[in-house]
Design a protein around this ligand. Structure first.
Ligand SMILES: Cc1cc2nc3c(=O)[nH]c(=O)nc-3n(C[C@H](O)[C@H](O)[C@H](O)COP(=O)(O)OP(=O)(O)OC[C@H]3O[C@@H](n4cnc5c(N)ncnc54)[C@H](O)[C@@H]3O)c2cc1C
Length: 512
């Protein structure tokens, strides 16, 4: 069964052209089969075992029909409408080298990095089901950037995040358009540790500084001197970020990635990825007679029709809902290597915005209590935002909707805030929202790299509450894997899917 491992030899070294050739040979000579029941007539539109000549004629017929559609409207339409119509007809590509499922910060960063590196050498499309991003984690996040992690990979990715934000217009500037402004607030993070967490805090700080972060350990007295508003009861040590840490506007980062990707020629497709169509691979030596691989993505368009797009590599960057897509590729539902699921699920997290007239001022870092309750300023004028993850699995709220539980604030958050900062005894919640963490139940860290069996399926998901700051590094890493067949800047090989098969969790102690 695990002879499939043989197929994993340098999976990303398979050239894109080879994959593309294989895809078209297979679909014309062997036919294709979907691993799933389709909800529509896609199968009718894609005849099985189609003769290559018939296929060419069918495609030509479609093109002629598209042209006829244009011509029939030519006389009644204004030229600009005709152009828009033509663009719409041509909008859906039949084949791309890379299809990215999910156009949030992670998917859009990947699109940007791929296209800016390979330029015309790669055709890249992003399939995004909600172009308003109303439920996307990227826009519902609190935009924190810190190097105060325990894992080298996380520290390095966030160091690059900070470098990227500092020079954002060198990366994402588009000639003739306004600069991207992510409104970075460089006020640092302040992690507070009780006696139990003090040693880990110091060990982590040493590692962080050795890798290029800048933070200091503060005793309770030093904390009180620097931040007179803090109550240090129960606090043994604090760690304060001195530079490269703070928070920013996540929407502006997403917008910047997307605008630049579009300017470089990335196709953004409004539609929901709903399934994969598989192609049998009889030329592959395997002990599995049914060896097949996903080769086309089925996309439901906003008007309800289904369309397919064939690809060389599909990247799953669908945030909290990535596992739904992985399952369509039989990941977690098949046998052998395919029996291991993508361990990502949505976990609802609340953010409360409150006003406290006498609260801490400008010099207030994003402060994290040992209970993992956090708060930070939101602009000036006494406004703050705060949140906390549930302590126990039983406390996890339902994910059916994004409603906010106000009792959670009153019972679990406010008592801690009021104890840590006396002026927070007097506060008023003025607004709130909820979003989904794309929670990796295995080890709460990102999943970056190829699937070991489907070597044309790649993951960039599972960042569990620290993905927005890692978006620049993740995009670059996936680009390196695809273009150079290896990680060139930060070695993220430990963050691949293989760790679920080998049961090798990578633990991050600083999860918030
Ligand atoms: C309350 C909250 C606070 C956070 N705070 C921080 C923080 O301070 N710092 C930090 O670094 N991170 C933070 N995060 C985490 C961060 O927001 C995420 O890790 C990051 O935004 C993930 O980006 P993404 O692009 O993977 O996901 P998303 O932004 O969710 O994008 C995924 C996209 O995929 C689309 N999609 C899903 N399924 C399909 C489909 N089938 N077909 C087509 N499209 C599909 C969705 O519509 C969505 O737009 C926070 C998250 C939350 C919820």
């Amino acid at each position: 069964m695990f002879r499939h491992v043989l197929l994993r030899r340098n999976p990303v070294k398979i050239s894109l052209n080879y994959l593309r050739r294989e895809a078209s040979n297979s679909s014309s000579s062997q036919g294709s089969n979907s691993g799933h029941e389709q909800e529509d007539n896609t199968k009718d539109k894609l005849p099985q075992n189609e003769n290559p000549i018939n296929r060419t004629l069918r495609v030509l017929k479609q093109d002629v029909k598209s042209f006829k559609d244009i011509l029939s409207f030519w006389q009644d339409e204004k030229p600009e409408d005709t152009m828009a119509r033509y663009k719409k007809l041509k909008e859906f590509p039949n084949h791309v080298d890379i299809v990215i499922i999910g156009g949030g910060a992670i998917g859009s960063s990947i699109a940007y990095w791929l296209k800016s590196t390979a330029q015309k050498g790669l055709q890249v499309a992003v399939v995004e089901k909600d172009p308003t991003y109303s439920k996307a984690s990227s826009v519902l996040s609190v935009g924190g950037l810190r190097q105060q992690f325990s894992l080298e990979e996380n520290i390095q990715m966030s160091l690059f995040g900070s470098e990227f934000l500092r020079n954002i217009n060198d990366y994402l500037g588009v000639e003739g358009f306004a600069d991207v402004d992510v409104q970075f607030q460089p006020h640092g993070y302040l992690f507070l540790a009780s006696e139990a967490g003090a040693e880990t805090l110091q060990t982590n700080s040493k590692l962080q500084n050795s890798l290029g972060a800048r933070n200091v350990i503060l005793s309770p007295q030093m904390l009180r001197d620097k931040f007179p508003w803090i109550n240090t009861e129960g606090i043994a040590l604090g760690c304060l970020g001195l530079e490269k840490e703070g928070w920013f506007d996540p929407w502006s980062l997403l917008f910047g990635f997307k605008r630049k990707a579009l300017s470089l020629g990335v196709d953004y497709i409004d539609g929901e990825a709903v399934d994969f169509i598989f192609v049998n691979k009889t030329q592959v030596v395997s002990d599995d007679p049914f060896f097949s691989t996903p080769q086309e993505l089925v996309v439901r368009l906003p008007n309800g029709t289904m369309n397919t797009i064939s690809f060389s590599i599909a990247i799953i960057a669908a945030g909290a809902f990535s596992n739904n897509i992985a399952r369509k590729a039989n990941i977690g539902t098949g046998k052998g290597l395919l029996s291991v699921p993508l361990p990502v699920e949505p976990r609802k997290r609340y953010v409360y915005c409150f006003h406290s007239p006498d609260g801490p001022g400008l010099n207030t870092p994003l402060t994290i209590d040992p209970s993992d309750t956090y708060f930070r300023r939101e602009g000036l004028g006494g406004c703050y935002i705060c949140g906390r993850s549930p302590e126990f699995a039983e406390e996890e709220p339902s994910i059916d909707n994004l409603d906010v539980d106000h009792k959670f604030f009153e019972e679990k958050i406010w008592p801690i805030l009021a104890q840590r900062v006396k002026s927070f005894e007097n506060l008023k919640v003025v607004s709130s929202w909820a979003g989904y963490y794309e929670f990796n139940t295995f080890d709460e860290n990102g999943i970056i790299g190829m699937h070991p069996r489907h070597n044309n399926i790649c993951f960039a998901t599972g960042f569990s509450g620290h993905g927005i700051q890692q978006a620049p590094a993740v995009g670059r890493a996936i680009m390196e894997l695809i273009v150079y067949s290896e990680f060139r800047t930060i070695n993220l090989s430990k963050m691949g899917f293989d760790r679920f098969i080998n049961i090798e969790p990578i633990r991050e102690t600083n999860i918030v």
